[in-house]
Ligand binder design. Structure first.
Ligand code: SAH
Length: 384
């Protein structure tokens, strides 16, 4: 077995917490280690307890294996991948869609890696140097697991200032047509946002399909995932707002594919400006902004922005209106998101009744040892 450099744990509690992130004050290197290296983690009595990738940031080690050290090779990643895939199969997810998340980072003990499947295309998001250097092994593992069900493997690396994209294997048409709960949608897996589509909203889109009514406004629409479901339900008309031209092009094509006769308005605008300028009212508003902050540092500004946004949205709802509002910022914890809606309702002088809390879909699970994994929060509310 290869010799891996070692780090030692400086605090006893760390071992029991089983948190996949070991922070800089909790570990000390014993050997020479470089960014992204695989390391063996020793407890205070120098017994090996885990393996992970070493990084120079505040999160020093991201654990990908608990237990005695083992050889990290294609077989290792294959077994892990098979386990992640099997969980999605057991939940029946691929039976109602051909687009789903196979690997959800820390929850599947692939820290810093997300892997989505889009009807034959595997699109990977990489958030750590360590995972980036495992990619060739992971690509072989994917091919061995999915065989002829995989036509292309693509990765985006998000660790530096600019995103690096790379076709790792095969090829397929882009955008590719996928299907979710009988709705077709295009995924631009080469140039789209994140891995190409937001699969984390799948379960919430069904809720929108069931309840959205009348005149519907889809803010931060991207390729129209919510709009398509509103149209499959009781929506009479739909207005989509997004600042990205490409997002609206995809949305337009998606609506043409499914509901060519629908009453649709596509608006390229900044949502904040749009809300300031319009005098219209809507029966249903969906508001799914990008993360306003990724760090606790900038949380106060983000909270103000979320509050203002939700206040302005509340003011645009008609009587008995429905609100579906979301935050995907990891640092905005569920209680805080509820408070944001409280402040927004105070300022807008609206009586907001929460009828349902929402989270990310089931193929994006949260490990009990990694509470940060619960990042997507939503509230379905009814307004007086
Ligand atoms: N609701 C979408 C996902 C939204 S992702 C879905 O279900 O698929 C966030 C979207 O907000 C992106 O498409 C991005 O282009 C857009 N966006 C970001 N900032 C914006 C702004 N200030 N105004 C309008 N759109 C914005």
């Amino acid at each position: 077995m290869g010799m891996y450099p070692r780090v030692i744990i400086t605090k006893k509690e760390i071992v029991e917490r089983k948190h996949p992130w070991l922070f800089s004050q909790a570990v000390k290197p014993l050997d020479e280690i470089h960014e992204g290296d695989r390391v063996v983690v020793l407890d205070q009595s120098r017994q090996p307890i885990a393996m992970g990738h070493y990084h120079n940031g505040t999160i020093r080690v991201k654990v990908f294996h608990w237990g005695k050290p083992i050889e990290i090779n294609e077989e290792f990643w294959f077994e892990k991948l098979k386990k992640s895939f099997r969980k999605r199969l057991l939940l029946g997810i691929p039976s109602h869609t051909n687009a789903f998340r196979i690997v959800h980072g820390e929850a599947d003990l692939f820290p810093g890696l997300t892997m989505d499947y889009y009807n034959g295309v595997v699109s990977i998001g990489v958030y750590s140097e360590g995972m980036w250097s495992e990619l060739s092994l992971i690509v072989s593992a994917i091919k061995r697991l999915l065989k002829e069900d995989v036509k292309a493997i693509y990765a985006r690396k998000h660790t530096g200032k600019t995103v690096i994209s790379q076709l790792l294997d095969g090829n397929a048409e882009n955008p590719i047509i996928c299907e979710e709960h009988s709705i077709k949608f295009l995924v631009d897996w080469k140039h789209g946002q994140k891995t190409g589509h937001f699969l984390d909203q799948r379960d919430n889109r069904l809720l929108v399909r069931k309840y959205a009514k009348g005149k519907v406004l889809d803010l931060f629409s991207y390729s129209g995932g919510f709009s398509l479901n509103a149209l499959a339900g009781k929506a009479k008309s739909i207005t989509l707002v997004d600042s990205s031209e490409r997002a609206l092009e995809l949305a337009k094509e998606n609506i043409r594919l499914n509901f060519p006769d629908a009453n649709v308005e596509l608006i390229k605008a900044d949502v904040f400006d749009f809300l300031n300028e319009t005098n219209e009212r809507w029966d249903t508003i969906i508001c799914d902004p990008p993360a306003f902050t990724k760090h606790v540092r900038t949380l106060p500004q983000a909270v103000r922005a979320y509050t203002k946004l939700n206040k302005n949205v509340l003011l645009k709802l008609s009587k008995d209106g429905y609100l579906f509002t979301f935050s995907c910022s990891q640092v905005v914890v569920p209680e805080l998101f509820r408070k944001i809606l409280f402040w927004a309702s105070q300022q807008a002088q609206k009586n907001t009744l929460i009828v349902k809390y929402m989270h990310q879909s089931m193929d994006h699970p949260e490990s009990v040892f990694h509470p940060e994994g619960l990042y997507l929060k939503g509230i379905f509310a009814v307004i007086d």
